[in-house]
Design a protein around this ligand. Sequence first.
Ligand code: SF4
Length: 114
Amino acid sequence: MKKEQKLDRRSFLKVGMQAGGGILALAAIPMSLVAQDAVAESDPLAQALGYKADASAVDTAKFPKRAGEAGAKQFCHNCALYSGDADSASGPCSIFQNKLVAGKGWCNAWVAKS
Ligand code: SF4
C-alpha cells in the first residue's frame, strides 16, 4: 500500500513537472509571435475610449480631441502607446493588452510620440 502511494506521488510530480515545463516554454514565446485578435469596437474599453479601426469614423462631436486639422493627423500608428511598425496594418497597444489595434485607428487615449 505504501509503495503504491510513493508511485502515485512520483507520477503526480512527474506529470506536474512536465506541465510546468510546458507552461514555461509557452511563457518564453515572444508575444509578437503569438496570433492576436484585433480589438473589437464593441469592446467596453474600446467604446469608452471611442476606439475606431478607421479613425475617420470617430465621432468628433463626442471626442473633440480628434477634431480639426491637428486631430485629423492622429492615428494609432503615430501614437506613443502603439508598438507596431508605423506602416503596418495593425500592432499592439499598451492600452489594449494582448490585442491588436489598427494602424489607421484612433482612440481618445492617443498621445503624441515624443
Ligand atoms: S492608445 Fe493610441 S495606439 Fe492605442 S488605441 Fe488609442 S490611439 Fe490607438
